[in-house]
Design a protein around this ligand. Structure first.
Ligand SMILES: Nc1ncnc2c1ncn2[C@@H]1O[C@@H]2COP(=O)(O)O[C@H]2[C@H]1O
Ligand SMILES: [Fe+2]
Length: 286
């Protein structure tokens, strides 16, 4: 096993907005298959993912907003771990102008994912300096498990980030939820050593935000001065506050986030129109 500690490798991204506000989008849990028409509990993820991308493009055109600075793809991009599924993800992202940054989820094959996304020219950068903010993407994947964990090496990257950039507000992106979302069946598949991450976050004086995927629902909660956010998946939605596995009737979606230079954050969950891509509500799991 390679014991060499990971070194923080930082890239700079200049925010487009003259007031320094960083505009980003979160796209998560696309669960793509090699077969674009493959069914996932009543939804074909490639088709719902494509509809999300088209809606983002249309939103930008209608709102005539300044361009987004970046997109964060927070894992479970593939459901079947095929090279084709990652190529389909790259194809979807090629319709969007901002650079995409990614981290693996429990369903991903991280090595294959990196190889395929590298081939498509999607950056593997994990620490971004953007105006007054720093964005760190950490890997919580634990091979063969549905729940997640931050290895010592990943925690060390967080420590390096807050030590090196103590005055930059921090957005930490991970796949697994660090605090319970209120679905017992799903909260057993959480980030197991969230306390180690939280102990490091407690040292950081600037703003702290933790953004995750995995929970297939909108989530926004503050705890001990840290804001925890999650986004709907671009395919099936899990029903909030359900102890048993249950799919939700809300449409697929994504999250938009504005990071202000003074540390404030504003955010909005966007969804496709109601009743588009309704799943098979009788499904009991996968
Ligand atoms: N009925 C179920 N009960 C518990 N876990 C489940 C059930 N169905 C699926 N899962 C797991 O829960 C995970 C939550 O999101 P994932 O897409 O990561 O993958 C899912 C499955 O591994
Ligand atoms: Fe997941």
């Amino acid at each position: 096993m390679n014991q060499t500690p990971l070194q923080l490798d930082t890239i700079d991204i200049k925010p487009h907005r003259p007031d320094g506000v960083v505009e980003l989008l979160q796209i998560t849990d696309t669960h793509l298959f090699a077969d674009k028409d493959a069914d996932f509990l009543g939804i074909a993820p490639w088709h719902s993912g494509r509809a999300v991308v088209e809606a983002i493009v249309e939103n930008e055109r209608l709102a005539q907003t300044l361009p987004h600075d970046l997109i964060l793809a927070t894992g479970d991009l593939s459901q079947d771990n095929t090279p084709e599924s990652y190529r389909h993800f790259s194809e979807l992202m090629s319709n969007l102008a901002p650079p995409v940054f990614w981290l693996p989820g429990n369903h991903d094959d991280a090595a294959l994912m990196q190889a395929e996304l590298d081939n498509a020219g999607i950056s593997n950068a994990k620490h971004l300096l953007c105006g007054q903010w720093q964005i760190l993407l950490l890997d919580t994947q634990l091979a063969g498990e549905t729940h997640g964990e931050l290895s010592a090496a990943q925690l060390s990257l967080l420590e390096q980030a807050i030590e090196r950039y103590p005055d930059h507000h921090l957005l930490l992106a991970v796949h697994h939820q660090a605090i319970p979302v209120g679905c017992a069946w799903l909260d057993q598949h959480n980030l197991r050593n969230a306390d180690a991450m939280q102990a490091l976050l407690a040292r950081h004086r600037a703003s702290r935000v933790v953004l995750c995927g995995h929970v297939h629902q909108g989530f926004d909660q503050g705890e001990q001065g840290v804001r925890y956010l999650a986004s709907p998946a671009t395919c099936i939605q899990f029903k909030p506050l359900s102890d048993e596995f249950a799919l939700d009737s809300m449409a697929p979606g994504w999250r938009a986030i504005s990071l202000h230079p003074d540390g404030r954050l504003s955010t909005q969950v966007w969804r496709l129109p109601p009743h588009t891509f309704e799943p098979d509500f009788s499904a009991t799991g996968y």
